[in-house]
Design a protein. Structure first.
Length: 198
């Protein structure tokens, strides 16, 4: 998610311990699990270790008819489940444009170290440009203890250095980490020329 007024910014959060038993304290762009079969249909199928840029059709969020497109439906579901009250979308207070832009597949381990489970993960990355309601997205929720707009260059630096405290300096260094497919896919999307436009 980037604001239309400053596409150099990106919405990033820290997953809360209450809302994320498997990935607490992980720096993340907003994410949500969806059925694998549906994600495979949207991506055209992605092999383990593969990254693919997508040129899918565009959609909207927070607008009449937004849920009639798959990407609009997915983004509104993510926003209302993880970040904002759905009335902000229904009233159009938070709205913008969106499209599936990247698919990655990889093996994700448990960052808490409490499980030895490796999870085959297909990550679909949506580029969402927020035309209105940017401030409503910056806060906290049950899923995210912190949500902030950060410079994409700072996100890239934090990812390369594996230092989530560059983005969230007040966070506990023993609890916060920056890794995983959600951040990696966002970094790859932001680093690709000409991808932050719809």
């Amino acid at each position: 998610m980037v604001p239309a007024t400053d596409p150099e910014m990106v919405l990033v959060g820290v997953r809360s311990t209450e809302g994320n038993a498997r990935h607490p304290g992980v720096v993340s762009v907003p994410t949500m699990r969806v059925p694998l079969r549906w994600a495979t249909q949207q991506s055209g199928g992605v092999a383990d270790g593969e990254t693919r840029q997508l040129k899918a059709s565009k959609g909207t969020f927070g607008r009449p008819g937004s849920s009639s497109t798959e990407v609009g439906y997915a983004l509104e579901a993510l926003l209302t489940k993880k970040i904002v009250d759905g009335t902000l979308l229904d009233k159009g207070d938070v709205h913008g444009r969106c499209a599936f832009r990247l698919a990655m597949r990889g093996q994700v381990d448990d960052p808490t170290g409490t499980e030895d489970e490796i999870e085959d993960t297909l990550m679909l990355t949506i580029l969402a440009i927020c035309d209105s309601g940017v401030d409503a997205l910056r806060s906290q929720s049950h899923s995210y203890s912190q949500l902030e707009w950060v410079r994409s260059s700072d996100l890239l630096k934090a990812w390369r250095q594996r230092d989530g405290q560059l983005l969230f300096p007040e966070s506990n260094p023993l609890e916060v980490c920056i890794r995983g497919l959600c951040i990696e896919s966002a970094v790859r999307l932001l680093g690709a020329a000409g991808t932050v436009s719809l």
